[in-house]
Design a protein around this ligand. Structure first.
Ligand SMILES: NC(=O)c1ccc[n+]([C@@H]2O[C@H](COP(=O)([O-])OP(=O)(O)OC[C@H]3O[C@@H](n4cnc5c(N)ncnc54)[C@H](OP(=O)(O)O)[C@@H]3O)[C@@H](O)[C@H]2O)c1
Length: 382
């Protein structure tokens, strides 16, 4: 997926800037990252890491290698990785098509859960045993151990399930923000979304249900449609429909029992986005956060009337940008994580359907993460 942001190539960074993807290598135990760093030059002990030295097909360019860990500085922590998912943005970063790209070679993986095993002498906020997740994209989480700057991570309570913790920082946060920041949604209101079986989609369903908001969930047709539909309804989906049904007159029947959506969430693009736009109520908002079909979001003649006569708004959202905007004040991120953890403890927010894969089987996991109709997040278990 290519997102409509300017590409930032993270080369030649020398300063560790908090909450910025420049932390990518510098603050991730790859201080002054360069090829020699990966050649076992000066480190204490080895960590295993999934590294790519050039952009391309992840199954070809990613390799499991031993890399050295640098000493733990005064404001740094050493962590042991516990679990880390493979998200579409990880794949796009390796392919070289994402909005931010690391200096190469780079360790893959933007999200994951780690446990602190050692802290530097000036570390205040963390102690051995704590769980942490990255504050920003780009730390390189696909590895067994790492040394990170204290400022680049945020702690997480360790009384929630491991898979929930490992997948909380990107998709549930994205769902939370999109349901909170664009429309004022009340119980009884409706949200329509495509890619409803994605990690984001499953979080949208559950957070919306916890707030009493109906969700109309669009997925691609498949042989096991009923099974997937039942699964999504079991986590709180109000309606689950096929892409094709969006264009059928039966949609009118649905809107006899359910309010027209105030908010449409688009992770697909192309025709699918256009159809979501058509079903919005007067003044509603379409938020695009992903482009899985690689088709552009267009506003053709049929939806021009939606803009003119229904005053719909067309917007975009990127959780990385949200995190960076709030990087100087941890409170908004902390407050969101607290709310998400509370939902998890109440059983109202579960991890997406996951396939746990050992690090050594990374090829299998990368391949599965790029297949259609898998409906399961690949999570590397360390
Ligand atoms: N903007 C942000 O802040 C933000 C944050 C998180 C995620 N995202 C983006 O959101 C999207 C979903 O991420 P995720 O981690 O939730 O994904 P995921 O769990 O890996 O699921 C992928 C989803 O994409 C669908 N899909 C794949 N290819 C498709 C195609 N050609 N046409 C239509 N649907 C297709 C899949 O449907 P099938 O089951 O039918 O294959 C599935 O629903 C990605 O584009 C990701 O980059 C953006």
């Amino acid at each position: 997926m290519r997102l409509p942001f300017h590409t930032v190539r993270l080369t030649g960074q020398t300063v560790c800037r908090r909450s910025s993807a420049v932390a990518l290598l510098r603050c991730s135990g790859q201080r002054d990252a360069n090829v020699s760093h990966f050649s076992h030059s000066v480190g204490r002990c080895a960590s295993q890491a999934l590294i790519y030295r050039s952009h391309g097909d992840p199954c070809r360019v990613v390799q499991l290698e031993n890399i050295d860990l640098p000493p733990v500085g005064a404001k740094a922590i050493q962590v042991k990785m516990l679990a880390t998912p493979i998200n579409p943005s990880d794949i796009n970063m390796i392919q070289g098509t994402y909005a931010i790209l690391p200096e190469l070679p780079a360790v893959g993986g933007n999200e994951g859960l780690a446990q602190v095993i050692e802290v530097g002498s000036h570390v205040k906020s963390l102690k051995p045993g704590d769980w942490i997740i990255p504050k920003d994209a780009g730390l390189g989480m696909w590895r067994t151990e790492a040394v990170f700057a204290e400022d680049d991570v945020i702690s997480l309570p360790n009384d929630i399930p491991l898979l929930s913790a490992a997948t909380i920082g990107v998709n549930p946060c994205t769902a939370f923000r999109m349901l909170s920041d664009f429309e004022s949604l009340k119980p009884g209101d409706s949200v329509i979304q495509n890619a409803a079986n994605s990690g984001v989609g499953q979080a949208v369903i559950q957070i919306a249900a916890a707030r009493g908001i109906n969700t109309i969930n669009v997925i691609r047709d498949r042989p096991d449609f009923k099974q997937l539909s039942d699964r999504l309804k079991a986590i709180g989906a109000s309606f689950v429909i096929r892409e094709e049904e969006l264009r059928r007159p039966e949609m009118k029947e649905m809107f006899k029992t359910c309010a027209k959506p105030k908010l449409a969430l688009n992770g697909v693009g192309g025709k699918s986005a256009t159809e979501l736009l058509r079903h919005l109520q007067f003044g509603g908002t379409l938020v695009t956060y992903g482009g899985m079909s690689k088709q552009p979001v267009t506003v053709p003649v049929v939806t021009t009337s939606a803009l003119i006569f229904k005053d719909v708004k067309v917007k975009g959202f990127w959780v990385t940008q949200w995190k960076r905007i709030h990087s100087h004040d941890e409170m908004p991120f902390r407050a969101m994580l607290d709310e998400l953890c509370s939902l998890i403890r109440q059983g109202k927010l579960t991890a997406p359907a996951c396939t746990e894969v050992g690090l050594q089987e990374y090829h299998k996991a990368l391949d599965a993460a790029m297949q259609p109709f898998i409906s399961s997040k690949q999570v590397l278990i360390m």
